[in-house]
Write a protein that binds this ligand. Structure first.
Ligand SMILES: [Zn+2]
Ligand SMILES: [Zn+2]
Length: 337
């Protein structure tokens, strides 16, 4: 039953991808003299289509939710507009194209070398024969695996001082909306995506499944940043990350700062499944909605500037990172955040 529905969706997606490719992308490629990139262009069309569908869902369903029961009024529209730029860049392919030229060749080279040195191609099916015969089962297993990797990466983004300097771009948004998910330092995106693409190649997940995993993860991330008073209920909030759960991670003073003894240094790092937070002791189910941001942004704490516009945010992030790196001739004056 579910299998049939998935098949139908996959088929329809493939047909639209083919149409979009033939009517727009392929002519453009030939026009630009890039006929040798036709196969890659077809793959890129798939990502573009995913992005268009996501933005469609955001502008209809998520926007309706944000209007229905907003957590707070949008008083800083300019700040939200910057997040819209991040989202369009990310979901409509600019970041993807960058990855294609920077990350993919690197991984192809590395994996090729490792294979020559005898690294076996291992997949879930190799560990547990037969399990991937049922496409849905293998899909769920891969979804869990990638979500665990995401959880670990997110913990590291907060744990390691240099990485936090980049991830702070994401947390510096005090006007959180469904657009805030992609508000990240580009270097932060590059590191995270490099790891995820590497894992995808290592575990041998099928390309169509990888696209679906990324698409679902991103859509849930958009929802979990939305400016809406929404919890999935006592049980539901333990099964899937939602707006209330993730907003707590953005809360000033509680969500993501390392506190004193007895605190865990933040809560609710999970991207899709809260089970990782529950397993590793970082889950917190709290029904209050409080201001989001980083403590040192508050006027009484110094009013630190993380940048208003895109370039300011990127530039300041890079500056913070450089200041954090242990360069020769510099004392250990590194402080977190
Ligand atoms: Zn975070
Ligand atoms: Zn977030």
């Amino acid at each position: 039953m579910i299998g049939d529905a998935v098949d139908a969706i996959t088929r329809a997606f493939g047909e639209v991808q083919q149409w979009l490719f033939e009517s727009a992308v392929q002519p453009l490629l030939f026009h630009a003299g890039l006929g040798n990139l036709v196969a890659d262009g077809y793959r890129a069309t798939g990502w573009l289509l995913v992005g268009l569908l996501q933005i469609g869902v955001m502008l209809t369903l998520l926007r309706a939710l944000e209007r229905w029961r907003p957590v707070e009024p949008v008083t800083d529209r300019a700040a939200v507009r910057v997040d819209v730029i991040y989202t369009l860049m990310h979901r409509l392919g600019l970041v993807r194209v960058g990855l294609f030229f920077a990350v993919d060749p690197l991984w192809d080279l590395l994996i090729g070398k490792l294979r020559v040195w005898g690294l076996p191609t291992w997949s879930i099916d190799g560990l547990w024969p037969g399990v991937t015969d049922v496409a849905l089962v293998s899909f769920v297993l891969y979804l869990l695996l990638f979500d665990l990797v995401d959880y670990a990466l997110h913990r590291a983004q907060h744990q390691w001082g240099w990485w936090w300097q980049l991830h702070a771009v994401h947390h510096s948004q005090r006007q959180m909306t469904m657009w805030s998910d992609n508000r990240n330092h580009l270097l932060d995106d590059l590191i995270r995506d490099t790891v995820l693409v590497g894992v995808a190649l290592l575990v041998g997940v099928a390309p169509t499944q990888f696209v679906a995993i990324v698409a679902i993860t991103q859509l849930v991330e958009s929802l979990s940043h939305a400016n809406v008073r929404l919890s999935f209920g006592r049980i539901g909030q333990r099964l899937l990350v939602g707006p209330q759960y993730h907003r707590l991670h953005h809360r000033i003073g509680l969500g993501h700062e390392s506190g004193g003894a007895g605190t865990l240094g933040g809560h609710n790092f999970a991207v899709l499944f809260p089970v990782w937070d529950m397993l590793f002791g970082s889950a917190r189910f709290d029904t209050r909605y409080e201001p989001t941001g980083i403590r040192d942004q508050l006027p009484e704490a110094g009013g630190r500037d993380y940048g208003r516009g895109f370039w300011a945010q990127q530039g300041l992030g890079l500056k913070r990172l450089l200041r954090q790196l242990p360069l020769p001739g510099r004392g250990d004056d590194r402080a977190r955040a």
